[in-house]
Design a protein around this ligand. Structure first.
Ligand code: GLN
Length: 273
């Protein structure tokens, strides 16, 4: 088959799976052919090798089964960086970029020591360190594959000398006033909504019956880990804002702010120790 027919085949096959079937088909073919999308589109009439055609059709089938696009290519763009993301690790979300932007803004280009709880691909801490050259930090996670992935990403962005990643539950950390900034995107999806998750790790998303399970402990522990005037910045779900504010006030945080994302949903909570 030629390039054009394959792209049309992919587009048709992915119609019911995604809002952007044409784009995904083009990108999948570029991935198989190891060529940029523009280059693929420039050779519409050329024939594709049978092995590449077969491979492309297999990937289209995988995508048809609901596998997220990022798990097929093992890549996801976040904060202008190209993150490696294998199956088993949460795919970075565009709305989380706001958390990083907020952390970078609050750091004023100064040297900060940052803790990222539940780091996953490392997308939050690594992009923070990428945009704040003076800072360093620690990322923890309770998933082996996440720690391995985050280390790999640190290496590819040349950040390994400014960040450590360790397998650890935050409840087992013995820090006391060391960190300038604590960030986290904890699991906050309601258990009920996690039933239909077949590809992404439930552990990274399931926040219990109301999605709130992780916050009270996280907010309290982070307070202990932060130095005086240190800042907590966390991702939350819309609808939780009042409960989060209460929890933060109760713990002793001041200057609490809850920010909305571009979709107008409450997404980020921050407070100062
Ligand atoms: N925003 C993510 C989603 O809705 C949830 C991320 C999380 O639980 N931390 O898929």
């Amino acid at each position: 088959m030629d390039v054009k027919s394959l792209i049309l085949f992919g587009q048709k096959s992915l119609n019911n799976i995604t809002d952007t079937p044409r784009l995904e088909s083009e990108l999948l073919l570029s991935y198989v052919l190891k060529m940029g999308r523009e280059k693929v589109l420039a050779c519409f009439k050329e024939n594709v090798l049978p092995a590449d055609e077969e491979n492309f059709k297999l990937l289209v089938k995988k995508r048809q089964s609901g596998c997220p696009f990022s798990y097929i290519t093992c890549h996801k763009a976040f904060m202008g960086l190209d993150f490696f993301v294998p199956e088993g690790v949460l795919i970075p979300r565009p709305e989380t970029e706001m958390l990083v932007e907020e952390a970078v803004k609050m750091s004023h280009g100064e040297e900060k020591y940052l803790l990222d709880i539940g780091t996953g691909t490392g997308c939050i801490i690594l992009s923070f360190l990428y945009y704040n050259h003076k800072s360093s930090g620690l990322g923890i996670d309770v998933s082996d594959v996440a720690i391995e992935t985050a280390k790999k990403n640190a290496l590819q962005f040349n950040l390994s000398d400014r960040v450590d990643f360790v397998w650890r539950d935050y409840n087992e950390l013995a820090f006391d006033g060391e960190f300038d900034i604590v960030v986290s995107n904890p699991p906050y999806v309601k258990k009920e909504s996690c039933k239909n998750l077949y590809f992404e790790p439930t552990k990274a998303l399931d926040g219990g019956s109301d999605g709130f399970d992780f916050y009270p402990g996280l907010i309290r522990k982070a307070y202990k880990f932060l130095r005086k005037e240190g800042i907590l910045i966390i991702e939350i779900d819309d609808g939780m804002e009042q409960a989060i504010r209460n929890e933060m006030e109760k713990t002793g945080y001041k200057d609490i702010e809850i920010l909305k994302d571009l979709a107008g949903l409450y997404r980020i909570a921050e407070g100062v120790k």
